[in-house]
Design a protein around this ligand. Structure first.
Ligand SMILES: [Zn+2]
Length: 355
């Protein structure tokens, strides 16, 4: 995503108004168990912490088949590739890995490719959105999205802004989440079709010597949204959820303002589900307004989409450290539990989609 806004986003020039909201049907049902039966409920188990017999900590156990260790393994696997910037060898390696992963699980993989002008040399660069369809025959669908490209450079790194950026949280964590959620999809009872969309070129952006940005944000998601407008089909996206930076060990997810304004029903459903499941990392309060891939989906394609994002990375309280857009955005700052907590909420939201 592009940049951060202060709390409550008052006076934000990035707020956009009144599109798409209200078109989402369905509301959160009162019981915590949901209507689906594809997976067990998550549990919080109280266990003794070794070394301090009196201390107790709640251990998170995600519902089967979700698995925190496996999710974290996917994150490590992605980061091991190195940089996964649009058009690079690392991105191609990642694309092969993801295609193989989702086809093995039974997803239908569709590519959306086009060329764009590279911001540094104006030469052509190939941009490829990847779409994984579950139950492709259904006309009524929902979107689950993540960007899967990584920023070319760790521009904000205090020591080495031209070093290697592997984007563990930024690009990696939400991609790993969808890889993990893929395990649940074949047996999940969902009333609508589901598309996982991996947007390319979310931030094919460099910092110019004068400090301004070189390049455009949201290239892949803008193309995806424009295609929906230009090529109408009988397949309709009812609503969607974008995920970005959801792997932080110290996770807090607030309502993001643009999504909350434009997809209030989805926002309320998701945070209500988290509450019912006891996943306290979801805090029902608008804190940040973030420019991210949900903007083109809302503004161009008129789909109500929220952004599940932890924009306090690492945390407001630890400003002395900075992981965002630095070389320090590595897997050790992330946790498999954070990834599966978000995946659990999203999975439950899918199960509760009305017909
Ligand atoms: Zn970023």
């Amino acid at each position: 995503m592009q940049d951060r806004k202060g709390s409550s986003g008052k006076g934000s020039t990035e707020s956009i108004s009144g599109t798409g909201s209200g078109s989402v049907n369905g509301s959160v049902s009162g019981n915590g168990s949901g209507s689906g039966n594809g997976a067990a409920s998550p549990t919080l188990t109280t266990v003794a912490v070794s070394g301090s017999p009196s201390a107790l900590a709640a251990k998170w156990v995600p519902p089967a088949p979700l698995d925190s260790a496996r999710a974290f393994g996917y994150l490590q696997q992605l980061c091991k590739i190195g940089s996964r910037t649009t058009g690079t060898a690392g991105m191609i390696t990642q694309q092969k890995l993801l295609q193989d992963h989702f086809e093995k699980l039974g997803g239908k993989v569709v590519w959306q490719s086009f060329t764009h002008k590279h911001p540094l040399n104006n030469g052509p660069v190939e941009v490829k959105n990847m779409i994984v369809q579950w139950r492709p025959e259904l006309k009524e669908r929902v979107l689950l999205c993540s960007h899967y490209d990584t920023r070319p450079l760790p521009d904000r790194d205090p020591k080495n802004p031209k070093g290697l950026f592997v984007g563990a949280n930024d690009g990696g964590s939400s991609t790993a989440l969808l890889m993990e959620l893929g395990h649940a999809m074949p047996n999940l009872k969902v009333n609508v079709g589901v598309d996982f969309v991996f947007f390319d070129a979310e931030e094919l952006v460099y910092t110019a010597p004068n400090g301004t940005s070189l390049g455009d944000f949201f290239i892949g998601s803008t193309y995806f949204a424009q295609r929906l407008v230009d090529e109408p089909s009988d397949r309709v996206y009812r609503s969607g959820i974008l995920m970005d930076m959801i792997g932080d060990k110290d996770l807090q997810i607030y309502w993001e303002e643009v999504g909350f304004q434009n997809a209030p029903t989805v926002a309320r459903e998701v945070w209500e589900i988290a509450k019912q499941l006891g996943i306290k990392e979801f805090v029902p309060k608008v804190v940040h307004s973030v420019r991210d891939d949900h903007l083109p989906l809302i503004q161009i394609a008129r789909i109500p989409v929220i952004d599940i994002i932890d924009f306090d990375y690492p945390t407001v309280a630890s400003r002395t450290r900075s992981y965002w857009h630095t070389m320090a955005d590595t897997p050790d700052k992330c946790s498999g539990d954070s990834i599966t907590k978000v995946a659990t909420v999203v999975m439950e939201w899918l199960k509760r989609q009305p017909k």
